[in-house]
Design a protein around this ligand. Sequence first.
Ligand code: ZN
Length: 264
Amino acid sequence: MNKAGHVALGVAAGSVLLSFWPSGAITSSVVYILAVAVGSLAPDLDHKTSTASNLIQLSTKNRRFAQSLGSLLLLLAAALWGLPRLGIEVDEGWVRSAPLWAAAGAMSFLLAKLRSLVLLGVGALLLAAYAIYDWHWFTALAGGALLLLPMVKHRGIIHTPEFALALSVGAYAYAQQSELWMVQAISMGLIVGWWAHLVGDLFGREGISSLFSKRVHLAFRLFDNGGIGERMLAKLCWGVSILCWILLVVPVSWKIDRLSALFL
Ligand SMILES: [Zn+2]
């Protein structure tokens, strides 16, 4: 399923659930539904060029440029360091600048790997917050998952129902102990969005697998990625979402008045 389908399905699932358990306040409902949309794209952070990943890295063209520039700068540094040792005369100032070119080359390589850098950095910060400030164990789980992300393959551990379950239990427990409505709305939104993403992948060809055995694999193969079936489902989902929000926003008393006026 493509990003448009994932967001449509996630927002519809989130809106339907919201109609059953309305939060009462429109602000928290909006924050919740935004978190659902983010959560419905988040599992594809394990895909190197997904929409989620592209938010934290340079474009493909710029990544290639940074890589080439990095190689060039390292080559220059190696030449400045090596040529005098081979008996070839090089200006003293240039020779001494070799470490600077090497550092610039390394920086350029890091820019090309920005996605890994961001994931590892945020993961390490969350783990540190858990260890030092005694944050909720959910932060350790999220931090560990982020550290894993640069290394795992697409539709691997991050796409398993077991991981989703651990994440849900963690996020729910975190939301329960927090008194901030914002934390509760975001946590619940992420859980709903994450599961909706897995359901979306389940409809497609690739499906999802269990963490413990690749043989436990489910794929309904209802439509191709981005195909007509998926686009129709997305439209239906937006229709359902709009209906849910109309019912949510328009006061019930007003609705009853209108309905009775229609029929009586
Ligand atoms: Zn996916």
